[in-house]
Design a protein around this ligand. Sequence first.
Ligand code: GTP
Ligand code: MG
Length: 181
Amino acid sequence: MGVCFIGRSNVGKSSLIKALFSLTPEVEVRVSKTPGHTKKMNFFKVGKAFTLVDMPGYGHRAPRDFVDMVEPYLYTRKNLVRTFLLVDGSVGLQTADQIALEMCEETKCPYVMVVTKIDKCGQGALLTNLLKLQDVINTQTSSCFPQPFLISSVNYWGIHLLRCFITHVTGSTRLRETSKS
Ligand SMILES: Nc1nc2c(ncn2[C@@H]2O[C@H](COP(=O)(O)OP(=O)(O)OP(=O)(O)O)[C@@H](O)[C@H]2O)c(=O)[nH]1
Ligand SMILES: [Mg+2]
């Protein structure tokens, strides 16, 4: 079973995965300032339980084979439990994101919006983009999680909550049996 991370090139997909793995630094996740850095899908195994998949970005300078590679994956992957669609907090939903959103709706696999880089965007811009995003979620989606996650991979805002969410949706929590006595 697995979860995957998609979004425009440079939005911070690899950085988010790196932040999620901050407690296990032996897992190497490559990040770059150059958009279009991640050119292949990268699979990160977490124990035996599940896999995180880092995808190449779409949009500006992204590998052309995004459509050839990612779309078939989303359509055929049976044990994909969630797709995380990342949007940059400073710029909000772009045309390419709308297309990705429609692709997610079509595959009917549950997906979750993640707003990235909130450390570097102004409060006003963030609020405007969030309200627009929330409106799109409310009116145009049926398999999207109702609330977006706000994160910063630089100072770890929202990372722990997202980690808990992923653990929950992948069923990786091992709840201790409560004492019956
Ligand atoms: N300020 C800030 N910068 C970030 C954050 N996350 C990522 N970045 C920066 O954004 C750039 C791109 O990050 P990546 O994680 O490589 O982006 P990506 O989405 O994997 O990009 P591709 O692999 O090209 O699709 C890097 O310079 C990161 O340091 C964040 O939360 N805050
Ligand atoms: Mg990347």
